[in-house]
Design a protein around this ligand. Sequence first.
Ligand code: ATP
Ligand code: MG
Ligand code: MG
Length: 349
Amino acid sequence: GSVIGILGGGQLGRMLALAAARLGLRCHIYEPSETPPAAQVAERCTTAAWEDRAALEAFARGVDVVTYEFENVPTEALDVIEAIRPIRPGRRALAISQDRLTEKTFLQDLGLATAPFSEVGSADQLRTAAETLGLPGILKTRRFGYDGKGQVRLREGDDLAAAWAAMQGTPAILEGFVAFSAEVSVIGARGVDGAVACFDPGENVHEDGILRTTTVPARLAPSLAADAVLLTGRLLNALDYVGVIGVELFVCDGGLVVNEFAPRVHNSGHWTQTGCTICQFEQHVRAVAGWPLGDGTRHSDVVMENLIGNDMDRVPELAASGAALHLYGKAEARAGRKMGHVNRIVGHG
Ligand code: ATP
Ligand code: MG
Ligand code: MG
């Protein structure tokens, strides 16, 4: 297809549209909010609600294939679109990853290690879960959580009834706390033809639940680096996936534990814009457009740093530093808001 429809107009959609443009492909964005970052660089942007059936139908007819840059697109909107155009990655990957309970169950069924977890839908269930799994643990909403939002850390002796009350009835899971030595992620890709390619694992540092930096190469024993890539391939094949996926992993004494996966390009893959010939955004565009996957070999060691909130004050200095600066064109720099990122080459791998 030569026109790609992107559901969601945030920075990920913006960078997908920029990568598509380099390949001579056009992008149409569908986004409910006014003036999203992606609209500045895409050929067309539909501003309409996810419930607007007529707008969704017109959008779908105007494109050849539809992808998404955030995973909480309502199911009903996808039903409308899917009747008209293919959605890549497919609905199954999206449905599984939208809910932490189905996601962790799916990963365990695949034979992959996850944090121990238990469904929590009441104060009673939270008490039982805490007894079974032990504390410390993390109470997480099943749906709609990102950047650590919708999570409460629980320690031995904490008031569980109060913790459940604070969730205001939102379906949740309790996860046992994983004692990890590092967090790494793999950005994987699978083409329409079933070919699989993975970027080198990156090492992630979070602050206040938000990704702060990604460093490549990750400090990871060769056997674990291989395992990270192989399990990502297994996940891609099991989902019959088309496009780019982000897989977050905990490095533990006993091996890798899967935290979660995102069925889209991923913040921890932004380093590929500077470290590889083909970045994650182009790789995703290639996959969903039915092109062969590109060469994602890492040619440089990179540190990616997110610019969050008033990190924007550092832009003049960063602009003069020789690092690769990526700004998302967001008007307001609110606290905790991802405004841009900077990629620094720190070596040649
Ligand atoms: P994202 O923005 O990556 O989607 P999220 O809101 O879905 O974030 P998680 O990735 O589940 O949240 O958790 C955020 C961070 O909290 C993790 O990267 C990790 O540092 C920590 N964390 C999450 N779950 C656990 C766990 N079971 N044990 C220890 N630390 C955890
Ligand atoms: Mg998440
Ligand atoms: Mg996460």
